[in-house]
Design a protein around this ligand. Structure first.
Ligand code: SF4
Length: 63
């Protein structure tokens, strides 16, 4: 599973991180620090929860 972040859409709500801090790391300004991220085995549901929590729909998941 790959997580892809559209940096143009990310506005720093940090809801992805609140839902799944192990998957969605924030930078010092509160924006998502990852751009393309291979989700470790066992964290797939956390990745989906974090993506669903993003109000900007900035996170895409490729299975
Ligand atoms: S919830 Fe969405 S807009 Fe907010 S930091 Fe995460 S990816 Fe960016």
């Amino acid at each position: 599973m790959i997580v892809t972040v559209d940096v143009e859409k990310c506005t720093g709500h940090a809801r992805c991180n609140a839902a799944s801090p192990a998957v969605y790391t924030l930078d010092s300004d509160g924006y998502l620090a990852v751009r393309n991220y291979e989700v470790p085995a066992g964290q797939e549901s956390l990745a989906r929860e974090g993506a669903a929590a993003c109000p900007e729909r900035a996170i895409s998941i490729t299975e």
